[in-house]
Design a binder for this molecule. Sequence first.
Ligand code: HEM
Length: 608
Amino acid sequence: MSRAGFLAEGTETPVFVRFSTVLGSRGSADTVRDTRGFAVKFYTDEGTFDLVGNNMPVFFIQDGIKFPDVIHAAKPHPDREIPQAQSAHDTFWDFVSLHTEAQHHTMWNMSDRGIQASFRTMEGFGVHTFRLVDAEGSTTLAKFHWKPRAGVHSLVWEEAQLAAGGDPDFHRRDLADAIEAGFHPQWELGVQTFPDTPEQMFEGIDLLDPTKLVPEELAPVQPIGLMTLTANPTNFFAETEQVAFHLGHLVPGIDVTNDPLLQARLFSYLDTQLTRLGGPNFDQIPVNRAHAPVNDMLRDGFHQHAVHSGVAPYRPNSLDGGCPFQAGADLDGYVEVPAVVEQAQKVRAVARSFDDHYSQAWLFFRSMTPVEKDHIIGAYTFELSKCYEQVIRERQLQCLANIDTELCEAVARGLGMPVPAATIPLEDVSPSPALSQVGTPFPVDGRKLGIVVDEGSDMGSVAAMVEAARSSNLVPFVIAPRGGTIGDLVADRTYATARSFEYDALVLAGAAAPAVDAVPSLDARGGDPASAGASADPRIPLIVGEVWRHCKVLGVLGDPAARVLAGAGVPSEGAGVVVEQDPAEMVASVVALLSLHRVWDRFVPQSA
Ligand code: HEM
């Protein structure tokens, strides 16, 4: 379908990837509710190809001229420059409730996709429809997807908030640690393909409308490659900070379409990079250099590092043998797909097919499992509660009424507001189960297992569990009352430094007797020592309670540990609570439950 050399069977291509957030300034917390950037630079033999995507398949706007509007609305308020890195404020909701084409993307942000568990478990999307060109010049329309081999997983909202305070670098640390530990994250590169018809529609969906996705049930994602991240940057500033992605970095075999958002992006990125990177020669910064040989007529300018030879950087010339000249099809150079331009009037207006702002938001909500619907309801309610202007809340509730009655009623209940009637009748849509993150088992490689021990723990048993965890590709963290060694093991965390959000699963392997630095009567995190239970260090029941609430797997190894569980008010027969005497069996049970990410059936969802 594409003549791009790097997509050919068996070809290996170096890449550089930058994951990013949209809303926050540099240094803001990783786990805030936001869209994430997923930008990949392929250093191919035929030149650089950049796939500059997001972790959501749709965007807020259909026309690039509105990009400053959506960014200004979502960024902190200009007067006080707060709130930092969040959408829970008036200007964001003012914009998306007035500019209703943003409703579908907003729904993704309010869903679990807005609070990814890690970059390693994040899906990526090229969003726009691109055009693939084969060796004969035949074309196919395509949407690019990145499917993480480790599955698509998210945080829960309380956990995201805790992590934002406890470890603002949560996602970056996780990725760097995993790569360093040899758990190299992998994504399958896939394409949904569509016939390149003059209308550029597929099953009634306008392929040039970036607020629309094509359900995978209608167009399956076909794998065409595998990306493995094998190394961390050597120097963050030189590489991650200075890398410059651009949608115009194309290779023969991949072309753009007339998606108006894509067309605007083709102008915008260079504009900003000229300023951000201090002038025109940023393509000579090592991370931005093409690996294929480059021979162009660009000369001089700030920060010129190349020492160009020759006297004739112009064309045509006879002094340098006619070089450089533009390679055409005869030399396998890049040739844009010739476009047929119909005789028509050129006007500034959107196509009628762009008018539908609600049906795919409904499609998304309908495709969620009850627990995912609960999370969406909770997110809308939380965010709108943070707005000051009642009129904005009312307007957004009106949008929700046009999307889904159940969603609107539940959010209105939380806000204490009346439920508006829908103003736009919806056509029925079929759900797309592929949009849900729940229910598919995935490998647990690199997932983190906290193991709480104390001086009285059976450390032989703990050592066996650590060993079994490592053999199952989990990363065990021994959480001990103090630093140093305990038994033959090194304490990876202490009761003072451990927080629940760091672990995907937790095993209690002891009574968690109060550590020397425990102050039960004063420890704000522990709360009331009497309710925290028996004689446990108050910080451990706190962690156990969060692990329970966040639907994480909880293990109990031995009787003293069972007392901690009881003290924390967690039922030992609760869903996802594993009570075991044998360390290997414990790890096997944890792995089985963890492969589904969380124990969602621990709590009854409120949604149908
Ligand atoms: C489908 C919609 C869009 C997606 C998926 C997207 C994705 C991204 C990503 C991933 C980045 C960070 C790139 C990096 O790490 O260097 C980025 C940056 C940026 N985006 Fe977009 N974007 C979209 C729409 C737009 C539009 C419509 C505009 C403007 C018309 C725009 C302008 C920019 C600019 C100016 C930057 C900063 C680039 C730099 O400083 O290097 N984006 N975008």
